[in-house]
Design a protein around this ligand. Structure first.
Ligand code: MN
Length: 128
């Protein structure tokens, strides 16, 4: 079965890039432009991984991750933060908010899908 990724990212170019890379690697991708839509899609599809941009209009990615962790239907989902620039503070804050890991933007197109697969494998190993 194909694994499913939910991409919550308001930047259209980055959302399309990530989607193209993931689909080219065989993933099914759901896209959201803001947090509320993302949380709704998370509940609807229960994807194997949520890619969460931290900088979103309205509810930001940190608040969305906290909301996800407080929702029994989706709190178990793997959430990987997308952080702009390699800011150490952002990364620590992401983990404290409940993210399982993070990737920094701009993403490295050569290694991106491999890292996504690693995060999914790690999450599966932790639940078995
Ligand atoms: Mn953004």
């Amino acid at each position: 079965m194909k694994e499913r990724i939910l991409v919550i990212e308001d930047n259209e170019l980055n959302r399309e890039l990530v989607t193209d890379l993931l689909e080219a690697s065989g993933f099914i991708v759901y896209q959201a432009r803001e947090a509320e839509e993302g949380l709704r899609l998370a509940r609807e599809h229960l994807p194997e991984l949520v890619l969460m941009d931290l900088s979103l209009p309205g509810m930001d990615g940190l608040a969305a991750t906290r909301a996800l962790r407080e929702d029994h239907a989706i709190r178990h989902l793997t959430v990987i933060a997308l952080t702009a620039h390699a800011m150490k503070g952002d990364e620590q804050t992401a983990l404290q908010a409940g993210c399982d890991g993070y990737l920094t933007k701009p993403i490295d197109t050569r290694t991106f899908t491999g890292k996504i697969r690693d995060f999914i494998s790690l999450a599966k190993a932790q639940t078995t």
